[in-house]
Write a protein that binds this ligand. Structure first.
Ligand SMILES: Nc1nc2c(ncn2[C@@H]2O[C@H](COP(=O)(O)OP(=O)(O)OP(=O)(O)O)[C@@H](O)[C@H]2O)c(=O)[nH]1
Ligand SMILES: [Mg+2]
Length: 380
C-alpha cells in the first residue's frame, strides 16, 4: 500500500488562529496656560468584530501589525477645548479572545459589532497637568480564535466521522447508516503513551451548498473555524446523499468539501489538514484508493469531473493521506501518529514565531547603541 504524504500543491499552514499586535492610544493635545484651555484627548484603539473578517486578512493588510490612534488637537485661542484624536479600529472576526501579553483577558468578541478597548488615548493638557498632555497607553495584545478542539472532522454524511472518533477515542457518538446522524459537535479525547491528550470534534456532515446555509450549513462551518487543524474524512467508495442527488467519488468529495470551506471563508482551506480515506475494508477499496491518490497528485487533470463553479480555486495540501477502516481498526495507529506529528509541528512553529515577534519588539524598543545579551530563558 502506498502512503502519500506531504503533497505540495500550495503552501500550507498559513491559516492564522492567533495574532500579536502593537497598539497605542494617541497622545493628548497641549493645553493653553494663558487662557486655561484644555488640549483634546488622544484617540483610543478598539478591536471590533466584523463577520467577514479573518485574522489572516488583518495580518496581510497590516504587515507591521501596529495600530496607533490619532493625536488630540492642541488648545488654541479659536478652540480652547482641543478636539479628540481619531480612534483607530482593528477589525477582527467574531469568536476572538483579546488578551494582553501577560495573558490577562481584556475582552471577548462574540458577535458582530462587539468592541473591546485595547489602548486608551492620553489626556489633553489642562490646569491639573500644568497644561502638559499625557501619552496614550501602549502595549502588545494578542487576538486568539477561541478553539473548541485541536482537530475537527470534516466530511459528507455517512463518511464515518463518528465511527472514526470512536476508533480514536473513548467517546461514544451516535453512529448510524443514515445521513445527519450527528447533529451537534461531540468532543472526544485521543490519548498518547506520553499522556498527551488531543481533542477531536465530531462535526455534523457537510453537504453541497453548506456555505449558503444548506443542511447544517453555517452551524457546521462555524465549528470548523474553531479547530486548530482539520481531518477530512471520505468514504473510499464515494458518496450519494439521496437518489436524486449525483454520486460523488472520493476525489470529487474532497474537491467539494474544499470548495464549501473556501466559499464560506477563503482562508479556511489554508488550515493544516490530514485526509483520512475510510472504509478500506470494502471490496475494491485498494483500486479506488490508488485512483484517488493519482487524482490528488494531479487534480488539474481531473478538473473535468466537476462543473467549474464546484472546483476549489486552490487545491488543498494534505500533510498526510491515510487509508483506514474505522470498522476494523486498520490504519488507526498510523493515523494517530500522523495527527500527533502534524499538531506538534504547528506547536513548534507557533513557539518560534512568538519568540521572533518578541525579539523584534525588543529590538524596536531598545536604542540601537545599547547592546543586550540574553540567553534562551530570558523573558522579554
Ligand atoms: N464498512 C465500513 N462501514 C463503516 C466504516 N466506518 C463507518 N461505517 C459505517 O458507515 C455508516 C456511517 O457511519 P457514521 O460514523 O455514523 O458516519 P458520519 O460521518 O458520522 O455520519 P453523519 O453523522 O451522518 O455525518 C455506519 O453505518 C457505519 O457503521 C468502515 O470503516 N467500514
Ligand atoms: Mg456522525
Amino acid at each position: 500500500m502506498v502512503w502519500i504524504s506531504r503533497m505540495c500543491c500550495r503552501k500550507y499552514g498559513n491559516f492564522v488562529d492567533n495574532l500579536r499586535l502593537y497598539v497605542r492610544g494617541g497622545s493628548g493635545g497641549m493645553g493653553l496656560p494663558r487662557l486655561g484651555g484644555q488640549g483634546g484627548k488622544g484617540g483610543d484603539v478598539w478591536v471590533v468584530a466584523q463577520k467577514e473578517m479573518t485574522l489572516k486578512r488583518v495580518k496581510d493588510k497590516y504587515p507591521q501589525k501596529r495600530f496607533i490612534a490619532g493625536v488630540g488637537t492642541n488648545s488654541s485661542v479659536r478652540a480652547l477645548r482641543g478636539q479628540k484624536g481619531e480612534d483607530q479600529e482593528v477589525l477582527a472576526p467574531p469568536g476572538i479572545t483579546v488578551t494582553n501579553d501577560d495573558g490577562m483577558v481584556l475582552g471577548k468578541l462574540n458577535t458582530e459589532g462587539d468592541r473591546v478597548l485595547v489602548a486608551r488615548g492620553g489626556q489633553g493638557g489642562s490646569y491639573h497637568s500644568e497644561f502638559l498632555p499625557s501619552k496614550g497607553q501602549s502595549r502588545q495584545i494578542r487576538l486568539d480564535l477561541k478553539l473548541i478542539a485541536d482537530l475537527g472532522l470534516v466530511g459528507f454524511p455517512n463518511a464515518g466521522k463518528s465511527s472514526l472518533l470512536t476508533a480514536l477515542s473513548h467517546a461514544k457518538p451516535q453512529i448510524a447508516s443514515y445521513a445527519f446522524t450527528t447533529l451537534r459537535p461531540e468532543i472526544g479525547k485521543v490519548m498518547y503513551e506520553d499522556h498527551k491528550q488531543i481533542s477531536v470534534a465530531d462535526l455534523p456532515g457537510l453537504i453541497e451548498g453548506a456555505h449558503m446555509n444548506r443542511g447544517m450549513g453555517h452551524q457546521f462551518l462555524k465549528h470548523v473555524e474553531r479547530t486548530r487543524q482539520l481531518l477530512f474524512v471520505v468514504d473510499v467508495c464515494g458518496f450519494q446523499l439521496a437518489s436524486k442527488t449525483p454520486f460523488r467519488s472520493a476525489f470529487e468529495a474532497v474537491q467539494l468539501l474544499i470548495k464549501e470551506l473556501e466559499l464560506y471563508k477563503e482562508d479556511l482551506p489554508c488550515k493544516p489538514a490530514v485526509l483520512v480515506v475510510n472504509k478500506m475494508d470494502l471490496p475494491d477499496a485498494e483500486d479506488k484508493l490508488s485512483k484517488l491518490q493519482e487524482q490528488l497528485l494531479n487534480p488539474h487533470e481531473f478538473s473535468h469531473l466537476l462543473p467549474d463553479d464546484m472546483l476549489p480555486k486552490n487545491n488543498m495540501v494534505f500533510r498526510h493521506v491515510v487509508p483506514i477502516s474505522a470498522a476494523t481498526g486498520f490504519g488507526i495507529a498510523h493515523l494517530k501518529t500522523c495527527i500527533r506529528q502534524s499538531l506538534d509541528k504547528d506547536a513548534s512553529m507557533a513557539t518560534d514565531s512568538l519568540h521572533r515577534d518578541k525579539l523584534q519588539a525588543l529590538r524596536g524598543a531598545v536604542p540601537a547603541k545599547n547592546t543586550l545579551t540574553w540567553g534562551p530563558t530570558a523573558s522579554v
